[in-house]
Design a protein around this ligand. Structure first.
Ligand code: FE
Length: 214
């Protein structure tokens, strides 16, 4: 990946920007057999990288050129004339958060402090998984399902396309990408199988707990 980045044509633009393309937190094959190295390779190396490259080009010579990513997202959300910048910035953030929401050591039982909050909100961990998977499957077309902490309670929400829960109102704990590029090579049209496999084997409870305690 680093060699590819050095030779990338947008390197000159990138030098002027505060933005960085974040490293994957694990090797591309670390999520196998639930998510293949091929899927991760395309998803991270092509899809997320394209959002990053597009964003660098779009913000060059604008007010956003030396802003951190979160500030770009905040500044462009809900502004139709800034949709392209928002979409690429938000997708860059969402994907970075998605990779962290997964772990080769994920799945299983949540840590006690998180489990207690999940049981208070959903009744049981299984009931949470059912609601989260339901939101992920019900999202029409491309988008995301999220676990958030809002008004002192855990909630499941879904968003379309590049949108994410606004960080001013909620703490974001976990996400799953339900754009077809996230699962089609491995699961074809079986989105529910992808979501349930991720929840059982990859979901990063430790990351959720860190976000809850922020
Ligand atoms: Fe994606």
């Amino acid at each position: 990946m680093s060699t590819e980045m050095v030779n990338d044509s947008s390197d000159i633009l990138r030098e002027k920007s505060a933005l960085v393309f974040p490293a994957l937190p694990y090797p591309e094959d670390a999520l196998e057999p639930i998510i293949s190295a091929k899927t991760v390779g395309f998803h991270y190396g092509k899809h997320q990288k394209a959002y990053f490259d597009n964003l660098i080009k779009l913000v060059t010579d604008t007010d956003y050129s030396d802003m951190p990513l979160e500030q770009i997202i905040e500044g462009t959300a809900g502004r139709p004339e800034r949709t392209a910048i928002f979409n690429n910035a938000s997708q860059l953030w969402n994907h970075t958060f998605y990779w962290q929401s997964l772990s080769p050591k994920g799945g299983g039982e949540p840590p006690a402090a998180l489990k207690q909050k999940i049981e208070a909100a959903f009744g049981s961990v299984d009931a949470f998984k059912k609601e989260f998977a339901g939101a992920a499957v019900a999202q029409f077309g491309s988008g995301w399902a999220w676990l958030i902490f809002e008004a002192d309670k855990l909630k499941v929400v879904k968003t379309a396309n590049a949108n994410a829960p606004l960080p001013k109102n909620a703490r974001v704990l976990l996400t799953i990408d339900v754009w077809e590029h996230a699962y089609y090579l491995d699961y074809q049209n079986r989105r529910a199988d992808y979501v349930n496999a991720v929840l059982d084997k990859l979901i990063n409870w430790e990351f959720a707990l860190q976000n809850l305690n922020k």
